[in-house]
Design a protein around this ligand. Structure first.
Ligand SMILES: Cc1cc2nc3c(=O)[nH]c(=O)nc-3n(C[C@H](O)[C@H](O)[C@H](O)COP(=O)(O)O)c2cc1C
Length: 192
């Protein structure tokens, strides 16, 4: 057994997201974001296909996406509250990283595995940000999957979608933890 990393384990045992509404500036600058993206890019990836990539959304881009959300939400017939909620997610974010699921053709690695890897990249980025002391939250919603929004707003290819918008910033309050799963209920020990 190698030397245990108790600090890392303690972090994993207590980590939790910070709701996006509680995040404010400052957000990590490019120098501070690079190690977080580097950590996320170490995500397990069967066949080294790199079935994900990152789009860093800075303030002007977030405001542009908020406007696009309003226009597209109206086109889809959404009500004002829903449009305000989703566009507000972009407008108030100090910084966001869109983790793009970008599956590659492979005879060996099915697309579902590549999607799992994209989700794992989201968690890796989230955890790296939290470990670095930032507030962070993994969000999706319809903008993660809506084809016109994705092509117009983020220039994604037809086969790509957003596995997560990872919002990053400074936490203004620490929310109470949510109840965590009952391990006995979700774990089966197979002994023979
Ligand atoms: C794929 C995915 C998408 C999510 N999308 C949203 C979302 O759009 N809005 C939201 O409030 N929470 C969303 N969540 C939930 C939060 O990111 C998070 O799970 C919750 O705040 C508790 O996180 P924690 O277990 O890290 O504390 C999403 C979670 C996942 C895994």
């Amino acid at each position: 057994m190698t030397t245990p990393n108790t600090a890392a384990l303690d972090f994993l045992l207590t980590r939790r997201s910070r709701p996006h509404k509680t995040l404010t500036a400052p957000a990590p600058d490019r120098a501070a974001l690079l190690p977080l993206l580097t950590a996320a890019a170490r995500t397990p990836d069967h066949g080294k296909l790199e079935p994900w990539r990152f789009i860093v959304l800075e303030q002007a881009a977030l405001h542009r996406l908020a406007d696009l959300t309003r226009a597209r939400g109206a086109e889809l017939g959404q009500d004002v509250d829903q449009i305000d909620k989703v566009s507000g997610m972009f407008k108030t974010a100090p910084l966001s990283v869109a983790v793009v699921a970008s599956p590659k053709p492979s005879p060996k690695v099915p697309e579902v595995e590549q999607t799992l890897s994209a989700g794992a990249a989201c968690l890796a980025l989230l955890n790296a940000a939290l470990a670095a002391g930032w507030g962070a939250n993994w969000l999706t919603g319809w903008t993660a999957f809506d084809r016109p929004f994705l092509s117009q707003g983020l220039d994604l290819a037809e086969h790509e979608f957003v596995a997560g918008f990872i919002h990053l910033g400074t936490e203004t309050s620490t929310p109470p933890d949510r109840p965590r799963p009952d391990l006995d209920a979700i774990t089966t020990w197979v002994t023979e």
